[in-house]
Design a protein around this ligand. Sequence first.
Ligand SMILES: [Zn+2]
Length: 313
Amino acid sequence: MPERRGLRIGFDVGGTKIAICVLDADGKYAFKAEAATPRDSYPGFLETASALLKNAREAVPESAKASIGLGIPGEVDVISNTVKNANSTCLIGHNLEEDLARVFGQKVRLANDAQCLIASEVYDGAALGAAVAFGVILGTGVGGGVAVNGEPWRGSNRLAGEWGHNPFPDRDGEQTGSPCYCGRSNCIETVLSGPALVAAYHDATAGENAQLPEIEAMVAEGDPVAREVLSHYIDKLGQALASVVGVLDPEVIVLGGGVSSINAIYRELPERVAAHMFHSGVSKPRLATSIVKSKWGPDSGLRGAARLWPLPK
Ligand SMILES: [Zn+2]
């Protein structure tokens, strides 16, 4: 077996699953596994994470002293050091860093999962070399992350890029979203999450159930209802991203999360963003920002989490 250099362990905590990897210095996996996220039990979450770590260390004994980073669907509050803004709500209010350090027997680093995604994509992915990049997760929840000159920019309130819980910017004042788990309503997340797209298809067909891959297949086959539902979704996404362009105007926007695998999005989205951008001139606005699919797909956040610590010497 070849010698594995610079092993680091990463976790990606999602709304439905927890993934773990042991990543080597060349960005190759020495180990990878996942388990279902225990949604309503914090002790259950700690147990599942410990079991995954034990499996990884048994499979790769050289990772016994490897650093551990976690991407979480939320953030750590700068004052209380407890998790906030997590759609895996069982994590909220807990000092996850301290509790994991106790059960793992070593220090961990935590970061928002969208921050991990964009860190990974600027390091060796779809935003390689971008001076300013914005990463978006369109999954169970909707989050975002910013990277500047190759480094994640977390912000003074650790809220940089947390755009999913800004109000959806509808010009007509239409309240398009449902109440959000965060306690407010009309959040961008309630309009643009994967479940929101699935629900839009359900409503448009008066009750047919289809998951994202089926909706994508129907779009490819030319199903008019699926096309209309997706087109409406892309317009809403364009509208929400136009406000990101109005603040950050990044070079690259990287899309991740379940919805980002739908290829039809990338054909239509740039012109939908442009249509909603600030514009008062004569010529039609064109979007100069590239909008690309994350190179590492569902693994992007996981790889970014493993890289929250520097390479071991
Ligand atoms: Zn919200």
